[in-house]
Design a protein around this ligand. Sequence first.
Ligand SMILES: Cc1cc2nc3c(=O)[nH]c(=O)nc-3n(C[C@H](O)[C@H](O)[C@H](O)COP(=O)(O)OP(=O)(O)OC[C@H]3O[C@@H](n4cnc5c(N)ncnc54)[C@H](O)[C@@H]3O)c2cc1C
Length: 362
Amino acid sequence: MLRTDVVIVGGGLAGLALGDALERAGVDYQLLEARPRLGGRIKTGFVETEAGRAAFDLGPSWFWPGQPRVQALVERLGLEVIDQYSHGALSFEDETAAVSRGRGYASMEGSYRLAGGMSTLIDGLASQMDSDRVHQGMAVRALRDRGHIELLDDDGQPIASGSRVILALPPRVAAKLSFEPSLPVEAMDAAAGISTWMAGQAKCVAVYETPFWQEMGLSGDAMSRFGPMVEIHDASDHRTGKGALFGFLGEAATARAEHARAIQAAAIEQLARIFGEQALIPITVFFQDWATEHRTATELDAVPAAGHPTYGLPHALRNLWDGRLLFGSTEVAARFGGYLEGALEAAEQVVEQLARLTPRLG
Ligand SMILES: Cc1cc2nc3c(=O)[nH]c(=O)nc-3n(C[C@H](O)[C@H](O)[C@H](O)COP(=O)(O)OP(=O)(O)OC[C@H]3O[C@@H](n4cnc5c(N)ncnc54)[C@H](O)[C@@H]3O)c2cc1C
């Protein structure tokens, strides 16, 4: 069993940023990640090409000006920032699948991407941390407060214990864990009531030999009322020159699960309607349905939030187990909740909370 001061549950951006901050402050910590990979909602798909490895984001793609923490992390890790491609005309598909062009502007103009994909943030952070402290494939099922907090796996076996535990996972996913003694009903209700940002979404990414639409004067941006994708953007790989278009699926998560393959085929047909017949022959297609990932989404996320929720740490989630059990995913960030920036902000909030208890962090 791992014995430490601070146990971080979750190796997404928030958990890793927190681990990195604790490591630099010389605090004893262990990080437990359930999946066999780090990154959580950050996930990049790769294609080996003659020009090297091409990267395509299956979770977040962008960050934006005015997000200082991501900007600072990108600079510290020496990552290459690229502009979202936005030259050329926007395409629009109406409810009869008729396509028109030139109306409006590229909707993500001014957004930034990372060359090599968003997972370069995760790889960069992980490479600066002590690998003996970062454990993948270690799922926490239950927490038991015995003065120190014990964390148990699916078989009820203790896997770690610490004086404080940070739940760096979506509060709704955390509400599925068992707590002994049980947390107040208001805390469980508050956690379950926080919608996990983008958890109900699915992304389809079609990869091509070249970004052929760019030569046709099209930005790769499209809006559709016909579907199955409702919003499409250029996702081409900057380093290898491979083209890619990605779209968010419009259909509800419950309907998607039943016919994922048919949706993929329909998505390619849609790209051909909008961008021409060349779109019918992708090198590969990635289909990532986050609603089916139980480490990210619960059944409550099948219906996505209408608009961007107001996030932050609810009162009911403060001072649990005498302040030794803390929440720390993007959903609890005060200002940038939901975004990558919010994951970094949440890590910072936890460091501030811990500093009140552990002076050397101050
Ligand atoms: C399709 C999509 C598109 C997005 N687009 C953008 C974008 O363009 N820009 C942007 O800023 N944000 C975007 N986001 C949001 C962004 O991905 C999140 O803000 C960010 O990744 C959240 O990081 P996190 O560490 O807080 O949570 P997560 O990434 O969810 O990390 C939580 C971690 O906890 C782990 N975990 C869960 N249960 C357990 C358990 N029982 N035991 C141990 N570990 C556990 C999970 O496996 C996961 O690794 C998007 C998200 C999605 C899904």
